[in-house]
Design a protein around this ligand. Structure first.
Ligand SMILES: *Cc1c(COP(=O)(O)O)cnc(C)c1O
Length: 429
């Protein structure tokens, strides 16, 4: 099939020749980076297959169970696959874990006891964890159970403040939480290597500390995962990277046996632990999603890098920038005006396979001071491994976007965003 066939379809979908040529030129320059991403995906794909083979995944694993879910072969085998793949002793991978925040709350609340202290040596954690910890007073928080919290911010250049971290560790410090992704902050995302250095440092100060890594948005971006550099637990959501776009719900915790046992007794009940918890009809999608995840993450990364280079080239400030190495799938673009932010999101929406006919509007979302605009045409509600974008309507009008189940869809979405900005006269090509 010749190139021109795709060109015609791009035009039918609403991308002008000018925008298409602009995108083609940028894409040409990214061949080497894309090649690196494909190599990481290849390695991670083999890692997943190896884990599935080692635990003899078979058709019986996809049967699912109901009721109590005793002897659920598919559930138990999947947990062994996760443990092998991410190099932990054990795993908890369940549809009963409703989202990433729930998985993190579960890991924290089950491994901390009254009188313990939780330390974040990487600054403020993800927004939703503020209520879990009780940074913002909240019903049922760790604070209500007598678990205290301490935080050491990163230095202005994004590096660890080792001196203050050392001072913050004392006899009550029990668990250290390290967020890999920057989330929606402006600090840099941490590489697995950096996480390893931080863990060595804190364990040097106090060897029995539990080091938990919030692994959201980081899975399969690199060849190594945090358990390989000394973490005791990694935690994440299945409607992000490791669900590969196919898991319709779920969260995971992988790590040391004792940590996972604690989490299992809190998820279900003391005495029951991992023995109950029916997998219903979703378990096959967990397997298939994990199998697809390495290539899906590579597609999301290519989309992020493509967008960074397009918008950087047009003079917008982008985080991460067009050439730096990637440790998560999130891309921020500072669009500088409300019109550009709205146009960008409308482009992403219009390129979606689902709900492409709806027009996103800014709205007053609960919990936010400013209006927020969101674009998401996803198969799974709220899935952020699928191409999605959002941003608050305030200075500097930054859009955060992530995902893309396939690179070609990511590319179309970004070209469409550019098309909208171009049509509105907000950029010159
Ligand atoms: C998404 C995310 C969470 C919370 O996950 P939800 O599934 O939205 O509850 C926590 N931490 C980080 C870094 C995230 O990106």
């Amino acid at each position: 099939m010749s190139k021109d066939v795709a060109r015609e379809l791009y035009c039918e979908l609403g991308i002008s020749e000018k925008v298409l040529d602009y995108g083609r030129e940028i894409e040409q320059k990214l061949k080497d980076r894309f090649q690196q991403m494909d190599e990481t995906a290849e390695y991670n794909q083999l890692k997943v297959i190896k884990a599935m083979q080692a635990h003899k995944v078979s058709a019986e694993c996809f049967m699912g169970s109901s009721g109590y879910g005793y002897n659920d072969l598919g559930r138990d085998t999947l947990e062994e696959v996760y443990a092998s793949c991410f190099q932990g002793e054990a795993a908890l991978v369940r549809p009963q874990i409703t989202c990433g925040t729930h998985a993190l709350a579960l890991a924290l609340m089950s491994n901390l006891r009254p009188g313990d202290e939780l330390l974040s040596p990487v600054g403020k954690p993800y927004d939703t964890l503020e209520e879990v910890i009780g940074i913002r007073p909240s019903m049922g928080s760790l604070a209500e159970y007598g678990v205290t919290y301490r935080q050491v911010d990163l230095l202005p250049d994004g590096s660890f403040d080792y001196e203050r971290i050392r001072q913050a560790i004392h006899e009550k410090t029990r668990l250290v939480t390290i967020q890999r992704s920057k989330g929606y902050q402006t600090r840099p995302t941490l590489s697995v290597r950096q996480i390893g250095e931080l863990i060595s440092f804190v364990k040097n100060s106090k060897p029995d500390l539990i080091c938990m890594v919030d692994n959201c948005y980081g899975e399969f971006v690199e060849a190594q995962e945090p358990l390989e550099v000394g973490a005791d637990m990694i935690v994440g959501s299945l409607i992000k990277n490791p669900g590969g776009g196919l898991a319709p719900i779920g969260g995971y915790i992988v790590g040391r046996q004792e940590c996972i046992d604690n989490a299992s007794y809190r998820l279900t009940s003391p005495g029951l632990g991992k023995e109950v918890g029916a997998s219903l009809g979703v378990i096959q999608s967990f397997y298939q999603g994990l199998f697809q995840a390495p290539t899906v993450v590579a597609s999301a990364l290519k989309s992020a890098v493509f967008a960074a280079n397009i918008y950087e080239n047009l003079g917008f400030s982008v985080i991460p920038n067009g050439s730096e190495s990637r440790h998560d799938i999130i891309q921020a673009v500072t669009l500088k005006s409300p019109e550009a932010l709205i146009a960008f999101c409308r482009g992403i929406q219009e390129a979606a396979p689902v709900d492409s006919h709806v027009t996103p509007e800014p709205w007053a979302m609960p919990g936010y001071d400013d209006e927020v605009i969101m674009a998401a045409g996803a198969f799974v509600q709220g899935s952020s491994i699928e191409l999605s974008a959002d941003g608050p309507l305030r200075e500097p009008y930054a859009v955060y976007f992530q995902g893309g189940l396939t690179w070609y869809h990511g590319k179309l979405g970004i070209l469409m965003s550019l098309q909208k900005l171009y049509e509105a006269g907000l950029v010159k090509l």
